[in-house]
Write a protein that binds this ligand. Structure first.
Ligand code: ZN
Length: 244
């Protein structure tokens, strides 16, 4: 599997950047994970929009869905220009009826339900989902091809279940939205030390940090992660190709 970070920020993006989103590719099939603010602008540096084969949405906070409407417009406009792409499947949970219904749009995109503790085949990927601990219903996801796996925590506080869920992953893409002094104070997110602890307990090979705050020095978050994890850890770098 190939993974390219599209954006790494939580809440809202830096100038000319995007909120947390990742492109996962295998055998020419391109799956976009989350589609928040700035994602379409960033993504086109790496892939024409019509080449997206599937989208998976972890939850319906704006920094994970803000650009979905524009992605749907791109499909509709190309259809009107007699340049249609296949109907785009957008996978998301149905615990929020209004937002789930919006995944389907004018026959150009279709919403498909995903469920915690369940497995869905998306192109070449076997994808499993795990409930996270966040103010709204949110799903972490594990992409597996053969004996390789990539886990994305999505947005979450520390949650023991994520250790088993992430066991042995080749790549763990963990949120690390908090500086150490904010752990337990700001609900729904983890700090770098917790991302590192998760990586260590799950025995993953490599840790990428994402969903980062725009304030402060994010190197401190990486340092906190490294202090708990013996493997490779880095801040996810937009546009860099990671393999798993
Ligand atoms: Zn969120």
């Amino acid at each position: 599997m190939k993974v390219i970070p599209v954006g790494i920020w939580g809440g809202y993006p830096k100038a000319n950047e995007a909120t947390s989103s990742f492109l996962i590719e295998h055998e020419g099939f391109h799956c976009l994970v989350d589609c928040g603010s700035g994602v379409l602008a960033s993504l086109q540096n790496f892939l024409p929009l019509e080449k997206i084969d599937a989208v998976v949405i972890s939850h319906y906070h704006a920094d994970h869905i803000a650009d979905l409407g524009s992605l749907q417009y791109s499909r509709l406009i190309q259809y009107y220009l007699n340049n249609p792409s296949p109907v785009l499947p957008i996978y998301g949970h149905d615990q929020d009826d209004d937002n789930f219904e919006k995944l389907s749009y004018k026959g150009r995109t279709i919403g498909i339900e995903i469920y915690e503790n369940n497995t869905t085949q998306i192109g070449p990927f076997t994808v499993t989902f795990c409930r996270t601990d966040h103010p709204v219903y949110c799903l972490a996801m594990k992409f597996t091809v053969g004996d390789r796996s990539v886990v994305l925590t999505a947005d979450t506080e520390w949650r023991d279940e994520l250790v088993d869920f992430s066991k042995g992953a080749d790549l763990l893409i963990s949120e690390a939205n908090l500086y150490e002094e904010h752990i337990g104070v700001a609900p729904g997110h983890m700090g770098g030390s917790e991302a590192g602890k998760l990586a260590q307990l799950a025995g993953v090979k490599r840790l990428l940090l994402t969903h980062l705050p725009l304030h402060g020095n994010i190197k401190e978050i990486l340092d906190a992660a490294v202090s708990n994890f013996d493997g490779d850890a880095e801040i996810a770098e937009v546009g860099k190709l990671y393999t798993a």
